[in-house]
Write a protein that binds this ligand. Structure first.
Ligand SMILES: [Cu+2]
Length: 149
């Protein structure tokens, strides 16, 4: 019986590990360490199957996908302002997102799921064009993409 219990425990540990999917958190912030209107972390690498929850740490923000910066055949998301939203990621690639009210101020972020090569070039070229229209934080996308190249 003891052997059987050990067997079950081992099986469970191995099995549970293989299906374990992490939930990551990103804070939505008006200011942090001298940065204004910022997601933290702004660049997040996760595994396929993980999910991400955006936390309304400070008021006035949301998380919404930038639909030109998603892998093919994936759906975007749009959270309400001041509300948490949790998104599950099952397709590899880069996901660009923004805070809708502060997109113009460069409040953006990147999620990298597994292999970023999937849509890297398409997402990056859109982002570099988009940031030229930001009123502040005009080099955010450039900086963020440099972290994943
Ligand atoms: Cu915002």
């Amino acid at each position: 019986m003891e052997n059987f219990k050990t067997y079950c425990l081992c099986f469970c540990m191995v099995f549970c590990n293989s299906v374990y999917a992490a939930e990551h958190q990103i804070k939505m912030l008006s200011s942090s360490n001298g940065k204004m209107m910022v997601f933290e972390p702004a660049v997040l690498k996760i595994n396929k199957g993980d999910s991400v929850k955006w936390i309304a740490t400070q008021p006035g923000h949301n998380s919404a996908s930038i639909n030109e910066m998603l892998p093919n055949d994936t759906k975007g998301w749009e959270g309400a302002v001041n509300e948490e939203i949790s998104v599950h990621f099952d397709t590899e690639g880069i996901y660009g997102y923004k805070c809708t009210p502060h997109y113009i101020l460069g409040m953006v972020g990147l999620i990298v799921v597994g292999n970023s090569k999937n849509n890297f070039d398409v997402a990056k070229s859109f982002a570099l064009e988009a940031e030229t229209k930001f009123a502040t934080n005009k080099d955010r996308f450039t900086k963020y993409f440099s972290k994943i190249e």
